[in-house]
Design a protein around this ligand. Structure first.
Ligand SMILES: NC(=O)c1ccc[n+]([C@@H]2O[C@H](COP(=O)([O-])OP(=O)(O)OC[C@H]3O[C@@H](n4cnc5c(N)ncnc54)[C@H](OP(=O)(O)O)[C@@H]3O)[C@@H](O)[C@H]2O)c1
Length: 345
């Protein structure tokens, strides 16, 4: 197969957008590719197996007029993101044909990665491969870093997690429970709320879409206040949380998905709580914590093998379904971590 010219289905990013992303912002085309890494390169030629749909990709669909933590997509080029792939050909000393890798790849059947610094060889294959774009990849690390490095979670803490049934949230709650915390999550459907309590062991969960008064909902579940708020959504939820934080509470700011598609972001009107309650609030980006990955991987592999942590994926079939799968996460259509199967090993 290596060296052969084959057709290559690709998901092309059409142009920069404002507002909610739509399937029509992306286009499926078929081009050709030679399954060979150029001889004078350091590149690797990949057969893509799984692709990850992540909220930060929305930011890449915007043309930023100031420096941003992620690069914008290039209109007319394939989308890129985290994926899992098989190496078909390699000119890089760290990889050889047949290796399985996770890291940044293209939204296409085959990708030539010219500088594979963001690709990592998969060493443990006794767990599902797809886990490397979720619980065993960037996503799981995000939950871990936010909860422990920023939130300093400890036994007895009262923890609130928003977007609790997303890829990050499901892990935050379970890790917090394993650390002896009281954990409550919010999510956008009854199905998700039931699963949070019955599958992931959250002490309580509620459907934020059915609560007219978020402040009252939080008071119901946290009569003594919140020690750690794992922030995934921003906006009105952040405002309600600030009124319910305990003195010296911590807020790891992981994401603000409720704001990503707004032309004008919402204001938060009770920031004085940060002062009066001596709250520690800190934004973080998981890329800055890559040095912790080996330790995290060992810990999470053990949990998966022992069955002490559960993990739910929402699996879309085929590259054709990728645009719809990506768009769906911004309305909560995904039940669990959203990924796309491009091919089987
Ligand atoms: N800082 C970092 O390094 C880092 C890394 C990864 C992710 N993140 C952030 O972490 C957050 C969670 O990511 P994820 O990968 O877990 O997401 P995900 O699995 O893709 O799930 C996203 C969920 O967010 C909820 N949501 C969507 N729009 C919403 C809105 N307007 N208001 C409230 N909830 C909304 C939906 O669930 P419902 O049904 O509950 O509405 C949706 O299923 C995101 O904000 C993301 O940007 C940050």
């Amino acid at each position: 197969m290596a060296g052969e010219e084959v057709s290559n289905k690709q998901v092309i990013f059409k142009d920069y957008i404002v507002g909610f992303p739509k399937e029509s912002d992306m286009e499926l085309i078929t081009s050709k590719i030679i399954l060979k890494a150029p001889e004078d390169s350091n590149g690797i030629l990949l057969k893509n197996l799984y692709l990850s749909c992540d909220p930060y990709m929305r930011s890449r669909m915007t043309k930023h007029d100031r420096p941003n933590y992620v690069e914008s997509f290039l209109p007319g080029s394939p989308m890129t993101g985290y994926g899992i792939a098989k190496v078909l050909d390699s000119r890089h000393p760290n990889f050889k044909a047949g290796d399985l890798v996770w890291g940044v790849t293209g939204w296409e059947e085959y990708s030539l990665i010219t500088s594979p610094e963001l690709c990592f060889k998969i060493e443990h294959t006794d767990v599902p491969l797809s886990y490397y774009i979720g619980i065993l990849g960037m996503l799981g690390m995000t939950a871990y870093v936010g909860l422990y490095e920023i939130g300093a979670a400890k036994k007895g803490d009262r923890v609130f997690v928003s977007a609790a049934f997303g890829g990050v949230g499901q892990l935050v709650g379970q890790l917090a429970k394993l650390s002896g915390c009281y954990v409550v999550g919010s999510a956008g459907s009854k199905e998700k709320v039931d699963l949070l309590k019955n599958k992931f062991g959250y002490d309580e969960a509620f459907n934020y879409k059915e609560e007219e008064d978020l402040d009252a909902a939080l008071r119901r579940y946290f009569p003594e206040g919140i020690d750690i708020y794992f922030e995934n959504v921003g906006g009105k939820m952040l405002e309600a949380v600030l009124s319910n934080m305990r003195p010296h509470g911590r807020i790891p700011v992981c994401g603000m998905i409720s704001q990503y598609n707004l032309e004008q972001q919402e204001g938060v009107h009770n920031l004085f709580n940060l002062i009066s309650k001596r709250i520690h609030i800190e934004g973080f980006i998981v890329f800055d914590y890559h040095h912790l990955y080996p330790k995290y991987l060992d810990m999470m592999l053990a949990h998966i093998r022992e069955g002490t942590i559960s993990y739910v994926e929402d699996v879309a079939q085929g590259l054709e379904s990728a645009p719809s799968a990506l768009v769906g996460i911004f309305s909560g259509r995904n039940v669990g971590k959203q990924l796309v199967v491009v091919a089987r090993v």
